[in-house]
Design a protein. Sequence first.
Length: 176
Amino acid sequence: MASNKNFSILEKVVKKFNSLCFWVSYVCLIAMTLLVVIDIALRSFFASDIPGATEISKYLLVIIGFFGLMIAQASKVNVAVMVLLDRLPSSARHFIGKMNIVIMILFSILFAYSGMLKAISAHADKESDWFGEFILPTWFLRIVVPIGFGFLILQFLTDIREKNGEKPKVHEETRL
């Protein structure tokens, strides 16, 4: 009984993180779109650009990509090869699906750990980058990788509890 209550709390936490990832990704997507369009317009009409627009767009894309991992997993829109799986009995598909989630959790832990090591190293080295005419610190953007994979691990933990034959739940707020 306590396990179900704890799992219910985990599902609520994952839903909140998923919503956070969704909104952060959309804000970054809108910001990146506006930045690129305005930068192109300025270069085309006024022979001037926004200093650091390329670098900022690159970092916004990283945020969208790594937070998008959880959104895709929660929405069940990730790519799956179904040619072979559709030919297997449902119990075998269920087992392979669970093993796939376990393997993905292990890979996500590995990437989150190595991403955290890189973020710590970048912070210690005071990593920075040119943003047009300015040098700004960029080490804090390295933390996006372990955060994204951490959120993905939480999503996988909720996905592993799906019952055999049960249709996966799609979170409405993440539907694109």
